[in-house]
Design a protein around this ligand. Structure first.
Ligand SMILES: NC(=O)c1ccc[n+]([C@@H]2O[C@H](COP(=O)([O-])OP(=O)(O)OC[C@H]3O[C@@H](n4cnc5c(N)ncnc54)[C@H](OP(=O)(O)O)[C@@H]3O)[C@@H](O)[C@H]2O)c1
Length: 234
């Protein structure tokens, strides 16, 4: 797809990976609506992007948003959706584990409510994460959710042809998702990535390049593109 002149909705498009994807799409001439619960936190936004408030878990509001922008061509789901349970599974609070699946329900809402409002050659991208296919101790919740997201994509892609649906799976990425600051932040990323083939945190722009690749390449659907610094081989 040549994104110039196309209309894109980026859910979770006001921070980190989603914001980087919004900016790359706008730089290539797409009209972008970047959506999140508190879009004012996005900071300065370049020409071509408008901000809109919506909670991905609010089906009525999300359905109305899609209807208002129909028809659109590009749909990106990058919203974290809620909290994550951490720690070893045996000791994990089961309610916190269940709550981690808010990301899956947000993505389910995006697909079910968004796809019917897309153009016939529309393309959709969701963001999972490397633990979906290689989990380290303490990552059971994000591994389970990411795995479910990837399975959802492989199951839904054949049902919505000719529209295309793909996943981008980031490794450790330096985004506002981490609230750590300064030396503490650097040390956390150093430790998390020390054994990766590329031992550093990736940038939101590097992941957005993966998102743009699956949007632009008309021969790619139902697949997962890893942007992970070699996490899967570490
Ligand atoms: N950073 C990493 O290391 C990493 C690694 C693997 C996978 N990922 C995945 O990549 C995606 C993007 O993460 P990120 O690092 O870019 O995080 P981020 O900087 O925290 O951005 C998350 C975005 O999601 C929005 N959001 C969260 N809950 C929402 C909801 N209920 N409804 C609507 N919007 C919502 C946030 O805005 P509001 O708060 O305003 O709603 C924000 O725009 C997530 O799915 C994350 O799980 C990230």
């Amino acid at each position: 797809m040549n994104v110039s002149g196309k209309k894109a909705l980026v859910i979770g498009g006001t921070s980190g990976i989603g914001l980087a994807a919004s900016k790359q799409l706008a730089a290539l001439g797409a009209t972008v609506v970047a959506v999140s619960r508190n879009p004012d936190r996005a900071g300065e936004i370049p020409k071509g992007i408008t901000l809109q408030a919506c909670d991905v878990l609010d089906r009525a509001a999300l359905g109305a948003l899609f209807k208002a922008h129909a028809p659109f061509d590009i749909l990106v789901g990058a919203a974290t959706g809620g909290t994550r349970a951490r720690g070893t599974f045996i000791d994990m609070d089961i309610e916190a584990y269940k709550a981690s699946f808010a990301k899956l329900w947000g993505y389910s809402n995006i697909l079910q409510l968004g796809v019917p409002h897309m153009s016939a050659d529309g393309t959709i991208v969701l963001v999972s994460g490397s633990p979906a296919r290689k989990s380290k101790p303490g990552q059971v919740a994000i591994a389970s959710v990411g795995g479910a997201v990837e399975a959802l994509v492989r199951a839904v892609a054949p049902e919505i042809v000719p529209r295309r649906l793909n996943v981008v799976a980031p490794g450790t990425i330096d985004t506002p998702m981490s609230s750590l600051k300064g030396a503490e932040r650097e040390e956390a990323y150093r430790k998390q990535t020390a054994k990766n083939l590329i031992p550093r945190a990736g940038t939101a722009d590097e992941v957005a390049q993966g998102i743009l690749f699956v949007i632009q390449n008309d021969f790619v659907t139902g697949t997962t593109v890893d942007v992970d610094g070699g996490w899967l081989l570490s």
